[in-house]
Design a protein around this ligand. Structure first.
Ligand code: 13P
Length: 246
């Protein structure tokens, strides 16, 4: 079986202006010295054109489902690609909660991303209440069925499992819980898509230098989607190194 892609992805969210670009340059320099992993930074759209030319792949954090049109304030996948992005994060829980994004909308955005030549990093994850009620796998099954269009391949799609309650909280599931969920998610992908077994599945939610090696050492974890700890090279580079060594 072919090796799944190992990806260290950062999500800068609504953080970062031009003064933060030296961090990205340092991350790119570290990435150049690591083999076997892809490093991606999901940037604010305003920074994309200024961040090109570094040894890190760039991503947007959302795109519109249409190629163009009268949609004030929105950004198309083609615009992200034109600005230097190869990836786009879609369906992040903050988009789902702040903007009411549905699985159907995420799937439509994924198709727009593919049409523009972008790899979609599609996010799924349960809330604290769903976790406590033991509904995690039901929620993930519904989100995978609804958010991943037919035609998802390892080349055009990466899945990110991010428990909502682990994002920005310093809390994470146990290693055993993460591995068990990833194994189930992998089985769902395999059942749903012809090439499902080859898709990379990232873990996100309070990944830090101190827990990255344990998380990336899990059999069904292919990398991370990292928020706060991706803003500084001093935090993100050790996370990239942990993935390269996993
Ligand atoms: P934190 O790493 O800050 O918990 O954020 C995770 C996340 O939402 C990445 O998309």
């Amino acid at each position: 079986m072919t090796q799944r892609r190992k990806i260290a992805a950062g999500n800068w969210k609504m953080f970062g202006t031009s003064g933060d670009l030296p961090e990205l340059v340092a991350i790119g320099q570290a990435a150049a010295g690591l083999s076997g992993i892809e490093t991606v930074l999901g940037l604010p759209a305003t920074l994309l054109t200024r961040a090109t030319g570094n040894r890190v792949s760039l991503g947007g954090q959302d795109c519109h489902a249409a190629a163009q049109g009268a949609h004030t304030g929105d950004t198309s996948a083609g615009m992200l690609a034109d600005a230097g992005a190869d990836f786009v994060i879609l369906g992040h829980s903050e988009r789902r909660s702040d903007h009411g994004e549905t699985d159907d909308q995420v799937a439509a955005k994924a198709q727009a991303a593919w049409a523009a030549g972008l790899t979609a990093i599609i996010c799924i994850g349960e809330t604290r209440a769903e976790y406590e009620e033991g509904r995690t796998l039901d929620v993930l099954r519904r989100q995978i069925a609804g958010s991943l269009p037919e035609g998802a391949t390892a080349q055009n799609t990466v899945l990110a499992y991010e428990p909502v309650w682990a994002i920005g909280t310093g809390l994470t599931p146990t290693a055993d819980e993460i591995q068990a969920v990833h194994a189930e998610v992998r089985a769902m992908l395999d059942a749903q898509l012809p090439e499902g077994a080859t898709l990379s599945v990232l873990y996100g939610g309070s990944v830090k230098p101190g827990n990255a090696a344990e998380i990336f050492g899990l059999a069904d974890v292919d990398g991370g989607l990292v928020g706060g700890a991706s803003l500084k090279a001093a935090d993100f580079v050790p996370i990239m190194e942990a993935l390269a060594q996993a």
